[in-house]
Design a protein around this ligand. Structure first.
Ligand SMILES: Nc1ncnc2c1ncn2[C@@H]1O[C@H](COP(=O)(O)OP(=O)(O)OP(=O)(O)O)[C@@H](O)[C@H]1O
Length: 262
């Protein structure tokens, strides 16, 4: 694992006068780490993700991937955001395959096989030939997930990607995401409001304060739970203990949020 892989270096962000990240934000994410961002609504998680994706720029400071400043989106970083929109003129299957079009090594048959695999994973095999306008919003979100996972980007930026899924599908995708991360050494930043999801997925969790965002806690989950995650880990004493600690911090961050609104 290289320690200096994805680096936030003294990043601040203002939208006009609105401070989203006011205190210079520093974070070093090693290659292959599964990072989860937790924090109150509106604290700045999506903004940090958009900047990591090259969709927005920092007011000061910079974000680097392997020493190179991120200034625009590129194929090394795959994104799933809440407001994902698929290409309406392509079928579900074509939307998923489209994510792999520039992959340097995938052959036609690999693209076909990966498209089928990820469509099955998100439960959309029967809708492969449908157009996005004919499926529900939750299904379109699943198309986005399949497309991003299939694309094989080395960094995955996922902003509440499983929010609209039913519990069983969500669990299945959580397991798959851990598998992909450990087998293929992908580096992931994942935003969620669900503390159990955060603990199950993460190697490391950052809990943010209310806006302007700063780090309230930085927790090494792998040190506590180990790196192998089966569903049984959710029943362990360590999992419960961690959940109760995290919930306290998350509640405190929300309280500071409400005080600010008064
Ligand atoms: N383009 C923009 N212009 C102005 N303000 C913005 C813009 N994008 C976000 N903001 C503001 O920046 C703050 C942080 O928003 P952001 O979406 O990053 O929060 P978040 O932590 O992802 O919230 P949630 O958990 O609800 O998705 C909010 O106050 C939001 O209104």
């Amino acid at each position: 694992m290289s320690d200096e892989y994805l680096v936030f270096d003294k990043v601040t962000k203002y939208f006009g006068d609105l401070p989203v990240v006011a205190e210079p934000f520093n974070l070093v994410i090693p290659k292959g780490q599964f990072m989860v961002f937790l924090g109150p609504s509106g604290c700045g998680k999506t903004t940090l993700m958009r900047m990591s994706g090259g969709l927005d720029s920092a007011s000061t400071g910079e974000i680097r991937l392997e020493g190179e400043k991120i200034s625009q989106p590129d194929a090394r970083r795959g994104m799933v955001f809440q407001s994902y929109s698929s290409f309406p003129w392509m079928t579900v299957e074509e939307n998923v395959a489209f994510g792999m079009r520039y992959h340097p090594t995938f052959t036609k048959s690999t693209v076909k096989q990966r498209t089928a695999h990820y469509l099955a994973l998100v439960g959309l095999s029967d809708f492969a030939s449908s157009y996005p306008s004919r499926i529900s919003g939750g299904m379109r979100q699943r198309v986005a997930i399949a497309r991003t996972l299939a694309a094989g980007s080395e960094v995955l930026l996922m902003d509440e990607p499983f929010g609209a899924l039913d519990a069983q599908r969500r669990e299945q995708l959580q397991l798959e995401l851990r598998r992909i991360q450990s087998e293929e050494s992908r580096t992931i930043i994942f935003v969620t409001h669900d503390v159990e999801e955060a603990i199950f997925l993460a190697d490391r969790i950052i809990i943010f304060s209310a806006r302007p965002a700063y780090i309230l806690e930085d927790i090494n989950v792998t040190q506590i739970l180990g790196s192998q995650r089966s569903l049984a880990v959710r029943d362990s004493h360590e999992f419960f203990a961690l959940k109760s600690t995290l919930l306290k911090t998350v509640r405190a961050s929300h309280r500071s949020d409400r005080q600010e609104e008064r």
